[in-house]
Design a protein around this ligand. Structure first.
Ligand code: ASP
Length: 456
């Protein structure tokens, strides 16, 4: 059995929906279907999830909502009309949308989560109706019925282990496909909570593990995952096969085709993930597999850059001899609920790298003040202009000189590195640059490894 998940662009309108329907129909193994909310139909368009966020904010701010409700409903109606679905099939979708403000929400964060989740919930209901209408028996399964239980915050939830027990007990019959909405689950007190943005991938992986799928097919709008961002490198090479941990490191640093948190259930269940293109479904796509199924034939698999980092540089003479130095810093971070990303250190200095998107200016000021006061470093510098580049490849483990090649490639491009960190897994090297240099550095590193290596 395969779990097959369609992203927002693959379900954006009637035409896209019909491609997805053909993909489901084409393979009798594609038994479990996971939907995203309708995504953008063109570059200027808006995702239904973003419209639902607007709707929620208007409700919170007590503003008129009818234009937003109409805009959301029109998206579903256009899809229904494409398949000539009887109007009675669409009425419950409008009703659910109109009734959203009357739900029982403990606070505005829960309200926001419930509104957002309806992008996928209504789309999965619509998909089940379309499949049935076309003569393919299908049943919508709500996460409440399946027992997808989550914990954490309402808009950034994580799956609870009990979910897998619940899924193993789910009643499935051989004569109907199951259509699940992605992106959300229920808290133990029965409120909707969503995963982070793009989180329908996570639902697909949870179902693949929980229902024991042979493979998890993730349909999106590109032929494969590429070894570098096509906006930075012209026609980068497609990655045909990569390991879970390569994907995890690359998606951490900006490869957004597959959600990094979605890998965890896939890894736990050892389910291969196949990223494929809805518009070209016969192309092989990218297979993401366990290390045991991977044959190394190149050094570098991908180069990624992320510009949303900042760093705190601390210098203190004889830091290496002072016990509890790092501990005191971590205590201050914990006090402000701040997590750090990386912490490369030297003898007398340490750089703490943060995800800038998770910090406000006020929190940064407070942390810096407190560290200055409590730790009394000789030098404290907040570096906002920080980017990270990840060079990732299973082939790096047994090769010498990879770091030298990276550093030389960047130097030949006339740029300097602000940090170097080799991951403990030895399959990645992380380097820091100024934000303005990041794209050029990626291109230089890509050319170094991919131009000279020949075909993989
Ligand atoms: N619809 C949600 C979002 O836009 C989740 C997803 O598409 O995976 O973030």
């Amino acid at each position: 059995m395969k779990v097959v998940k369609f992203g927002g662009s693959s379900l954006a309108d009637g035409e896209a929906f019909s491609k997805a329907v053909h993909i489901i129909e084409d393979d009798p193994e594609r038994w479990v279907v996971v939907t995203s909310a309708p995504g953008k139909r063109s570059s200027g368009d808006r995702k239904v999830t973003d419209l639902l966020i607007e709707y929620a904010n208007k409700v919170i701010d007590q503003q008129p909502v009818s234009s937003t409700v109409d805009a959301i409903f029109n998206r579903y109606q256009q899809i229904g009309d494409y398949f000539h679905l009887p109007a009675a099939n669409l009425a419950p979708i409008r009703e659910a949308l109109v009734n959203l403000p009357h739900g029982n929400y403990p606070d505005d964060d829960y309200l926001m989560a419930a509104f957002k989740a309806h992008g996928e919930r209504l789309n999965a209901q619509l998909m089940a109706k379309v499949l049935n209408h076309l003569g393919m028996p299908a049943r919508f399964v709500d996460p409440s019925e399946a027992g997808i239980i989550v914990s954490g915050t309402p808009n950034n939830a994580t799956v609870s282990p009990i979910t897998y027990k619940n899924l193993s007990r789910l009643q499935v019959s051989d004569d109907e496909r199951l259509v699940f909405p992605g992106f959300f689950g229920f808290t133990p007190t029965n409120h909707i909570a969503t995963f982070s943005r793009g989180g329908s991938d996570i639902t697909g992986a949870i179902l693949a593990k929980g229902l024991g799928a042979r493979i998890y097919e993730n349909f999106t709008d590109v032929d494969a995952i590429f070894s570098a961002n096509p906006r930075i490198v012209d026609h980068p090479r497609a990655i045909h096969r990569m390991t879970y941990r390569e994907m995890r490191e690359l998606s951490y640093a900006g490869f957004s085709v597959f959600h990094d948190e979605a890998l965890i259930p896939a890894i736990e269940g050892q389910i291969p993930v196949n990223v494929k293109n809805t518009n070209n479904p016969t192309a092989p796509g990218t297979m993401i597999v366990p290390e045991s199924d991977f044959h190394v034939n190149h050094i570098v698999t991908g180069v990624a850059s992320a510009k949303h980092f900042s760093a705190l540089y601390l210098h203190k003479y004889l830091m290496n001899k002072q016990s509890g130095f790092t501990f005191s810093i971590l205590q201050i971070l914990a006090k402000y609920g701040v997590s750090y990303e990386h912490m490369p250190s030297g003898i007398d200095d340490i750089t703490i790298i943060f995800d800038r998107d998770k910090l406000t200016d006020a929190v940064i000021d407070e942390i810096c003040n407190e560290i200055q006061y409590e730790i009394d470093p000789d030098r404290l510098e907040w570096i906002d202009d920080y980017a990270i580049i990840m060079v990732v490849g299973e082939g790096m483990v047994h090769r010498v000189g990879t770091m030298e090649r990276i550093a030389n490639a960047v130097a030949r491009g006339g740029m300097s590195l602000t940090m170097v960190n080799q991951g403990a897994s030895q399959i990645s090297i992380m380097v820091g640059t100024r934000r303005a240099d990041a794209d050029k550095a990626v291109a230089c590193i890509y050319n170094e490894f991919f131009d000279q290596e020949g075909a993989d």
